[in-house]
Design a protein around this ligand. Structure first.
Ligand code: PGA
Length: 243
């Protein structure tokens, strides 16, 4: 929940221009602005080959009397390809459970919207060394009713809650360990090909200074960038670090 319309347009156009002029990476970049800026940001993205549009949430029902909510169809009609589901702030402040997220993910997939599913443990769970138990439950409840075809369309973002917006980043080893664990869970359930193929992003205080080390880990396929995406130079430098 950042930026006025003019600030959001300035930020997005700077990012689009910098990516076009400076970034050689083949990584896919997804800009996920607040709903009300999707149309404008989609126009700014234009035909940039490696930049897509995403939203930060959507409702689990097709349409109807759900005042204030936004449907998957609405998002695709504005050009969204992705939707973030289950961000820790949605879980924490809006009570979104894994059961609800399972419905949202299924509905988004039915509407050809690709979910970026967020999971991750709270500080107390990390302190108790329970992170694998927590993340396991989140993944089993929200994802394991998907078919083998459907799971291939899901991007997973591991976001330890203690690292989001706090300036505390998981160490590259901590992140790698959890990413390898998540990949092994997907492999166990859906087979090695599905496990190897799933994109697992790391989120939580990724900055230009730590991006390279994080992205160099074998099971880290990219990042979900919060605060640093509000500065075009920082965001572009992080994209460059993907290589
Ligand atoms: P951060 O946010 O990069 O500011 O920690 C990550 C997120 O919001 O997912």
């Amino acid at each position: 929940m950042n930026c006025s319309l003019s600030e959001a347009k300035k930020l997005a156009s700077e990012i689009v221009n910098m990516v076009r002029d400076e970034v050689k990476s083949e990584a896919e970049i997804v800009l996920c602005p607040p709903f009300i800026y999707l149309i404008e940001i989609n126009d700014l993205i234009g035909s940039s080959a490696n930049i897509s549009l995403g939203a930060q949430n959507c409702h689990q029902e097709e349409s109807g009397a759900f005042t204030g909510e936004i449907s998957a169809d609405m998002l695709t009609s504005l050009g969204s390809k992705y939707v973030i589901l289950g961000h820790s702030e949605r879980r924490e402040y809006f009570g979104e459970s894994d059961e609800l997220l399972e419905k949202k993910i299924k509905h988004a997939l039915n509407k050809d919207l690709l979910p970026i599913f967020c999971c991750g443990e709270k500080p107390e769970s990390r302190e108790a060394n329970d992170q694998e138990v927590i993340v396991s439950k989140q993944i089993e409840k929200a994802l394991f009713s998907l078919s083998a075809d459907e799971i291939q369309k899901v991007v997973i973002a591991y976001e330890p809650v203690w690292a989001i917006g706090t300036g505390k980043t998981a160490s590259a080893e901590q992140a790698q360990e959890m990413h390898a664990f998540i990949r092994s869970k997907i492999s166990e359930k859906y087979g090695k090909e599905a496990g190897d193929g799933v994109s697992i992003l790391y989120g939580g205080s990724v900055k230009p200074g730590n991006a390279q080390e994080i992205f160099s880990q074998p099971d880290i396929d990219g990042g979900l960038i919060g605060g640093a995406s509000l500065k075009s130079r920082d965001f572009t430098d992080i994209v460059k670090a993907i290589g």
